[in-house]
Design a protein. Structure first.
Length: 52
């Protein structure tokens, strides 16, 4: 996933004054992190229920 983020940053056009691309990339990365955290927490919860 980190390689994909780095590729996105490098593929972004060098506009300098246009910050919307950077904001979109950062928002996308934060969304992916949130989804990953939610999935990991749900997986841990189900594994704890299986053991009890």
């Amino acid at each position: 996933m980190l390689m994909f983020v780095l590729w996105l940053i490098q593929a972004a056009p060098d506009t300098g004054s246009d910050n919307t691309t950077l904001i979109r990339v950062v928002a996308g990365v934060l969304a992916l992190v949130c989804i990953a955290v939610i999935l990991v927490r749900r997986k841990r919860k189900t594994s704890k229920e299986d053991w009890s």
